[in-house]
Design a protein around this ligand. Structure first.
Ligand SMILES: [Zn+2]
Length: 646
């Protein structure tokens, strides 16, 4: 276990590696930061003339490393200067806490105009990176989760054409090389045998337009991570720490930065320090350090070994259940493990040992009304984060040994999120067979059976999940929801109640229990639970109307009024309720809003006539007559019995 004190000291050490050199008082330049998604270091070459030309006049870091081989956490490190242990985001679909200071906020404080143009939902505003930007353009168009580089470039150039009133900080993110590889013509034809490079070449062409339009002095071009392309069994990225996904291009051109190659390892988190130094009129400088990186997705999602790497000089050490050491200069493909043949230096050993392993509690999905839509959009980009707290154990598999499962895991989770349960079942069965402690897969398998009405198979699968993790709140929640679905209230209630008792904020369990209580006829309990749910997420208008109906049934007038007031189209209900609460003016106004097309308009006329009498309106008699003339059998009887009308 890492103590808090050690964690703090580590973060201090890690962030002390780079400090601006003073004094160097240069004018404050406009700054362009371009992040290239999914771009391997070795993708820069003859097919990327723009990058190659930029690199010629820039400082080229030949051993640059992403802090994490995944989009959001990697950008998080560039925007905070911190490793994920410091900024708290280890995988896509999580959120930056509002207390984490971000690069654009710093530049805003320095008087900069700030704008961001991102190209994929993984970096959408809602994940927290937009803080400090005057403009944060994450508009991908209806039903799209990404946009091509030409569209993003058009928008960035339109912003650049506006008259500046201060130095500018512009961040442009390109997403094209991300899977699937579908470059537009003529790159499609020219790179028919290597469409990945075709995407990089197209992006490079658009980068050229952007650089020309920017014209400013300070430019950083860097990738957020690379792409496996099958190396070490990894088709894409995010699950392993090999060079194919963590070694990235990193070019810096600007005031005080001399051109030429730097072969010492450097973390891309220093983008933060460089931009901050320029914005203060100083010269960016990076001191040598042991570069650290992590890939925690397999740990947080499946409970596999946490993975940390440390690079010093040309030696890269990966700790993931056991130690691997590679000479990345002589062996960039990392095929010769030097462990046992070379010593690990003390700084590397310390960096690996002290790197904080995140809490698996972070694997629980954030509670949000948008989370379902978020998960679908992320899944459409190939990112599915787990919603289950994994089973952690000492003898957990090493991710590198499980690489054959990566495509199956991604495919199964993608099918599940798209509601293709039947197709997902054989895949989840394969995963559970290969990795019996994979609680996430076991629960998805059970839930797929439950959703399809395979009740016996579902119960069997939930019991298997229970055997893997007897104390798991996730298992209790989904098992309870299954019994709610099959109307076995007496089995659903103890499971869901236990979850809510242990964790009163657990939204799915609260919602499940509310539904069960309503079906059992325990309406007051259902109302109380629903009200708690709606303090945690924004209810839809239909949900509010339903709560209003429930409250009317129990005579809870105050709750009913509060619910219908926020749910348009319920003026009749509101009129009746205001009348019951003797709020006659409000009753009159609500009933006057009921349109004649309303199916219960005769009831509205009857209630309006009552209000008219109670308010001593001069036309009360005419209103009673109107109610009579439009009466239904029900309202005719009510009118006949109404003493106010005598
Ligand atoms: Zn990315």
């Amino acid at each position: 276990m890492i103590t808090m004190r050690r964690l703090v000291s580590l973060l201090v050490v890690l962030s002390a590696g780079c400090a601006p050199e003073k004094p160097a008082a240069a004018p404050r330049p406009s700054i362009l930061l371009v992040t290239l998604d999914t771009t391997r270091a070795d993708a820069v070459g003859p097919d990327t003339p723009q990058l190659t030309a930029l690199a010629k006049n820039a400082r080229r870091f030949t051993q640059a490393y992403a802090a994490v081989p995944q989009t959001l956490p990697s950008h998080g490190s560039m925007f905070t200067g911190l490793y994920p242990a410091g900024h708290g985001v280890h995988e896509n679909g999580r959120y930056f806490a509002p207390t984490v200071p971000l690069l654009a906020e710093k530049l805003k404080q320095q008087g900069y105009e700030t704008a961001a143009f991102v190209s994929a939902f993984a970096l959408a505003r809602r994940f927290g990176l937009a803080r400090g930007f005057d403009v944060y353009d994450d508009d991908f168009g209806a039903d799209r989760a990404e946009r091509p580089a030409n569209e993003t470039t058009d928008r960035a150039i339109a912003w650049l054409r506006k008259q500046p009133s201060a130095p500018r900080f512009l961040w442009v993110h390109y997403y094209d090389p991300h899977y699937p590889y579908t470059p537009p013509p003529p790159f499609r034809e020219r790179f028919a045998t290597n469409p990945y490079l075709g995407e990089v070449a197209f992006m490079d062409q658009q980068l050229g337009r952007l650089l020309q339009a920017f014209g400013g002095a300070a430019v950083i071009v860097v990738a957020d991570h690379g792409e496996g392309l099958g190396e070490h069994g990894e088709p894409q990225h995010g699950n392993l720490l090999y060079q194919s996904t963590v070694h990235v291009p990193f070019f810096v051109r600007g005031p005080g930065v001399t051109s030429g190659s730097v072969d010492a390892p450097v973390s891309t988190r220093h983008v933060f320090d460089m931009v901050v130094a320029w914005s203060a009129g100083e010269t960016p400088a990076i001191a040598g350090e042991v570069v650290v990186g992590e890939a925690m997705k397999p740990f947080l999602d499946y409970g596999w070994q946490p993975q940390v790497m440390a690079v010093e000089g040309r030696l890269k050490t990966i700790s993931a259940g056991r130690i691997e050491i590679y000479d990345v200069a002589a062996d960039p493909a990392e095929t010769h493990d030097l462990n046992g043949r070379t010593d690990i230096s003390r700084p590397v050993r310390a960096a690996l040992q002290e790197y904080p392993i995140p809490s698996t509690a972070e694997a629980a999905a954030p509670a949000s009304a948008d989370s379902e839509e978020e998960r679908r959009k992320l899944a459409s980009l190939g990112y599915v984060a787990s919603t289950t707290k994994p089973v952690v154990r000492k003898d957990a598999p090493r991710p590198a040994d499980m690489a054959r499962l990566f495509p199956i895991l991604d495919q199964a989770a993608g099918l599940f999120v798209r509601d293709e349960y039947a197709a997902s079942i054989p895949l989840f069965e394969k995963i559970v067979a290969a990795d019996p402690f994979n609680l996430d897969a076991a629960l998805h398998l059970a839930t797929a059976h439950s959703t399809l009405g395979h009740d016996a198979k579902a119960v069997e699968a939930y019991k298997r999940a229970q055997a893997i993790a007897p104390d798991s709140a996730d298992v209790r929640t989904y098992f309870g929801l299954h019994y709610a679905r099959t109307k076995e209230w007496e089995k659903a209630v103890p499971l869901l109640e236990r979850v809510v008792a242990d964790d009163p904020d657990r939204l799915p369990a609260l919602e499940g229990l509310a539904l069960v209580r309503e079906r059992q006829g325990r309406i007051a309990d259902a109302i109380q639970l629903r009200r708690r749910v709606f303090t945690m997420r924004t209810p839809t208008a239909a949900e509010l109307a339903h709560l209003g109906d429930l409250a009317m049934r129990t005579g809870d007038t105050a709750t009913a009024i509060a619910s219908f007031e926020k749910s348009p189209g319920h003026d009749l209900e509101l009129g009746v309720l205001y009348l019951a609460a003797r709020r006659f003016e409000e009753a009159r106004d609500a009933l006057d809003r009921v349109p004649p097309s309303h199916p219960e308009y005769p009831m509205a006329l009857f209630k309006r006539a009552q209000v008219s009498v109670l308010l001593h309106e001069p036309d009360a008699a005419a209103r009673i007559a109107a109610a009579r003339s439009r009466a239904t059998p029900l309202t005719r009887e009510l009118i006949a019995r109404e003493r106010l009308f005598r």
